[in-house]
Design a protein around this ligand. Structure first.
Ligand code: GLU
Length: 520
């Protein structure tokens, strides 16, 4: 038997932002296609014009570029083989541009007596529905199927599917196993609306057939409609024998639940737009890693995977049935692991982390025209001839504290960066505080001299500690380090003075201390 080429698709409706559940579906479809050298299609299901949100398609494309391709520009690397910007032999990947195809399929069904125009008004249908409610019976349109059918479809009325066989449906799902549903799952559903657009229930099947989709991955909310879909497949097999239509493999993915594990992850539990993670500086590979494990695992202890490892290991047989639990702390942990791995890969003069670091710097720093080496205060990190080493000092300090890059924008760090880049206004009172003013001036002068004679080539924190140890032993820690730290930072609280010295550099440090000495 010749194996069919694997074709998967992700088929979102452009009705809002992309939440993690949607991206997880896309990720699984992507991993499976890549693993089997198959094709991954992004299809935009925009036939419900009332629910469409403008800009949503672009947003979906950016989200997938970010998570699946690791494309931080969100513009350049498409993970899909065919998508809204890249049609296939089967035509456009945007449903609203495929109306002729759906019309042709619908016409075939109509001509074969497998579809009919709906003669009822909305009020009449509402009355049928109420009638069923009163009788405590499920509302089934097919119980009101008209006695006679119109012989022409003039497109002013909705077109309904005439379900050929009413009975039990048994089918198999690659994750859930054997599934079955009673006859009440089958009904004469609308396939073409009076506005000229097809319904999801119909056109996604037409597209899956036309695009050669072999594996349909989606959430469990589609299980109740699957009997209807299967019935449509068999009707289409009858009217289009030349197409050798086969059922795809249904792969039902488990839901992603909130942290308590009792209900679906909602906005209230912190489900957010995937692009918010981009804004906050999460690594795409960490998100892909964490998302992949929300409903699947390869077995074993390993928890950190690269995209290539995921492609290699992914399989349908280990997709779980039960819901996965979203845990933001775990995501942070995974993100930090990936950050650390990336950092380790590029230990010295690395460009990758430097870039991430720049990208994550708060806007106020990046937009500041002084964010050019020459314009830093003399002696500060940016102006140091040994920029890479200085950069590392700063980088390492922050790296220890953060789990995602966006944390760098938090107020404390913002203030610290400001303090390093801008010479602070130092309050004389804060420098002296509860110390003796003359003694403070004397000690600070002594520190100035020690720093003045120091060797800036070896300005490590260790070297600086040793350098000042004589003064500290003589006068005590507080009398030396408090005025020094305040002179450098201007702040009541900041990182320790040795880190500050290291970060701002010798020349700038001497300037700041001199300014204070001049004022007291
Ligand atoms: N447009 C449907 C949705 O967004 C797609 C479901 C499917 O994958 O068939 O839920």
């Amino acid at each position: 038997m010749i194996e069919k080429k694997v074709v998967t698709r992700f088929a979102p409706s452009p009705t809002g932002f992309m939440h993690v559940g949607g991206v997880r579906t896309a990720l699984y479809a992507y991993l499976y296609a890549k693993k089997h050298n198959g094709t991954f299609i992004l299809r935009i299901e925009d036939t419900d014009k009332e629910r469409e949100v403008s800009g949503a398609t672009e947003h979906i494309m950016k989200s997938l570029r970010f998570i699946l391709s690791g494309d931080e520009t969100l513009e350049k690397i498409d993970p899909w083989d065919f998508g809204p910007n890249n049609p296939g032999e089967f035509g456009s990947c945007i449903q609203s541009e495929r109306l002729d195809i759906y019309n042709n399929y619908a016409q075939k069904l109509f001509d074969a007596g497998l579809a009919y125009t709906d003669p009822y008004s909305n009020d009449e249908i509402t009355a049928f529905r109420e009638q069923s409610e009163r009788a405590k019976a499920p509302f089934l349109y097919r119980n009101h199927r008209p006695k006679e059918f119109s012989s022409v479809w003039d497109k002013t009325k909705p077109l309904r599917f005439k379900t050929p066989t009413i009975g039990r449906t048994d089918w198999s799902d690659a994750v859930r196993g054997k599934l079955t549903a009673g006859a009440e799952a089958l009904d004469d559903f609308i396939i073409m609306k009076s506005d000229g657009y097809p319904t999801y229930n119909f056109c996604h099947i037409v597209d899956d057939i036309e695009m050669g989709v072999t594996h349909v991955m989606r959430g469990e909310e589609f299980i109740p409609s699957t009997p209807k879909f299967i019935s449509m497949y068999s009707a289409l097999q009858t009217v289009l024998p030349e197409k050798s239509i086969e059922l795809p493999i249904f792969v039902t993915l488990p839901p992603i639940l909130g942290e308590t594990g009792t209900k679906k992850l909602s906005k209230r539990d912190g489900a957010k737009d995937v692009l918010e993670y981009h804004t906050e500086g999460y690594l795409p590979e960490a998100l892909a890693n964490y998302l992949a494990l929300q409903g699947w695992n390869p077995g074993g202890e390993q928890e950190i995977f690269t995209m290539n490892e995921l492609i290699d290991l992914f399989n349908i047989s280990r997709i779980q049935k039960s819901g996965a639990r979203w845990n933001e702390d775990k995501l942070l942990w995974v993100n930090k692991k990936h950050m650390t791995d990336k950092y380790k890969e590029h230990p010295k003069g690395e460009t990758l982390c430097k870039r991430d670091f720049y990208n994550a710097l708060p806007d106020f720093v990046v937009r500041d025209p002084r964010f050019k080496e020459q314009q830093y205060p003399a002696g500060s990190i940016g102006s140091s001839p040994d920029w890479t080493t200085s950069f590392h000092a700063l980088f390492e300090r922050y790296f220890e504290r953060i789990s995602f890059w966006g944390e760098l924008t938090q107020d404390l760090i913002k203030a610290e960066l400001e303090m390093i880049i801008d010479r602070p206004n130092v309050s004389k009172d804060l420098v002296v505080r509860d110390l003796d003013i003359n003694e403070t001036k004397l000690i600070l002068g002594e520190v100035y001299n020690l720093l003045y004679t120091s060797d800036e080539i070896v300005w490590s924190e260790k070297y600086l500690r040793e350098l000042l140890s004589i003064a500290i032993t003589t006068h005590g820690t507080k009398k030396v380090l408090w005025p020094l730290r305040v002179s450098l930072s201007g702040q009541e609280k900041s990182v320790d003075p040795f880190s500050l010295l290291r970060m701002i550099g010798k020349e700038e440090a001497l300037h700041r201390i001199q300014n204070v000495l001049d004022s007291i």
